[in-house]
Design a protein around this ligand. Structure first.
Ligand code: GLY
Length: 365
């Protein structure tokens, strides 16, 4: 078992990573006990994860001394809305959750975001625990306290920063995931290498076979490093006020635009981020900020991991460009881009030149 501290003073918490901690033959209730014993817990999950781990987690929480119930919603980004949020709040009321109760998010990014927002707002905020079950949630969304829901007008437009009390990660759960879901998480994993850690990037290049074979030990290492890097950023800039946390959005402004233009269905988030990182790297190359050989290393790693690096036919660069101005990260009509200067280092550019942005988007058509 490996522990990483997210040192946010009074909001300090541990990320506990352990193979089989939830899914094993002998799961371990002791990690949950200090956080749930004698308390009511509402485990929020989705229709995909419920059958795999729902009953199991209820049992573990019961053994840890909690009075635990399950709430399930339909899997998918489409459920990250006000309707799901309201029904979870009402379920919490119906079950008699009070200010001492705990919300437990069991699932991927959508579950973590919605359940976290319920925890952030129910009775002005109650404790919550993240138990991420997708690679993307394990390495990114379960850590750092971003919670929220979408509006028809855009993604993540309503939300709150609300840190979990504990994050429990069981890398063995990854074996139950579809390959595409793993690939999507790997896009975020590559992101950490490019933005912060060249050695980690090289580790990924050297361990492609183990990554493709879903070796649990390798994934344990990958998840630990990503969580350490994320914790480091979040501790320095919890609310994305200094600009540091924004580096975690590398590839995301382009990626979100790709998702918007293609209607949130064609590309999964991680796939869109992969294409977005290629556009960002090409933009940096066009502006002589990033060596072409480095952009090629990123391209080759993404390709080797089975991620898309170019847009499918029929998608117009001008549409992607237009959609970028609707992103909530746009400031006063100016594009804010995270751009690499070398593998392991990025910087934030606040008024990127529009013509070069369009040219970079054209480079992936
Ligand atoms: N996923 C980006 C962040 O947590 O800031």
């Amino acid at each position: 078992m490996h522990k990483i501290k997210v040192d946010l003073k009074e909001r300090c918490y541990d990320i506990v990573i352990g193979k089989g901690i939830v899914s094993g033959v002998k799961p371990d209730p002791s990690v949950f006990r200090p956080y749930v014993s004698g308390r009511k817990c509402l485990v929020v999950t989705d229709s995909n994860v419920k059958g795999l781990l729902g009953a199991r987690l209820l049992k573990i929480l019961g053994a840890a001394g909690a009075d635990a119930e399950l709430a399930v919603f339909k899997a998918g980004e489409g459920s990250k809305n006000i309707g799901t949020y309201e029904s979870l709040l009402r379920k919490a009321c119906k079950l008699g959750l009070d200010r001492s109760s705990v919300i437990v998010a069991l699932g991927g990014g959508v579950v973590g975001d919605v359940a976290g927002f319920v925890a952030a707002t129910y009775m002005r905020g109650i404790d919550f625990i993240q138990v991420p079950t997708t690679l993307l949630a394990m390495v990114d969304s379960s850590v750092g306290g971003k919670t929220g829901i979408d509006l028809p007008e855009g993604k993540n437009l309503v939300g709150a920063f609300w840190q979990p009390r504990l994050v429990i990660i069981d890398p063995a759960v990854l074996k139950t995931l579809p390959k595409r879901e793993i690939r999507c998480g790997l896009a975020e994993v590559v992101k950490y290498g490019v933005i912060m850690d060249d050695k980690f990037f090289s580790f990924l290049e050297k361990n492609l076979c183990k990554i493709k074979n879903l070796e649990t030990v390798t994934y344990g290492k990958i998840i630990s490093r990503c969580c350490e890097l994320k914790a480091e950023v979040v501790c320095k800039d919890e609310r994305e006020t200094t600009g540091l946390r924004a580096i975690l959005n590398y590839g995301h402004s382009f990626g979100h635009a790709v998702e918007t233009v293609t209607g949130y269905g064609k590309y999964a988030h991680g796939e869109a981020v992969s294409i977005g990182m290629c556009i960002a790297a090409n933009f940096a190359v066009l502006n002589h900020k990033f060596a072409p050989s480095m952009a090629e290393r990123q391209l080759n790693l993404l390709k080797a991991l089975g991620l898309p690096t170019i847009l499918d036919r029929g998608i117009k660069p001008a549409q992607i460009y237009g959609a970028m101005f609707k992103d909530k990260k746009t400031e006063k009509g100016k594009l804010r881009l995270v751009l690499p200067s070398r593998i392991g280092k990025v910087s934030l550019v606040k008024d990127a030149d529009g013509e070069s942005v369009l040219e970079a988007i054209r480079s992936v058509v």
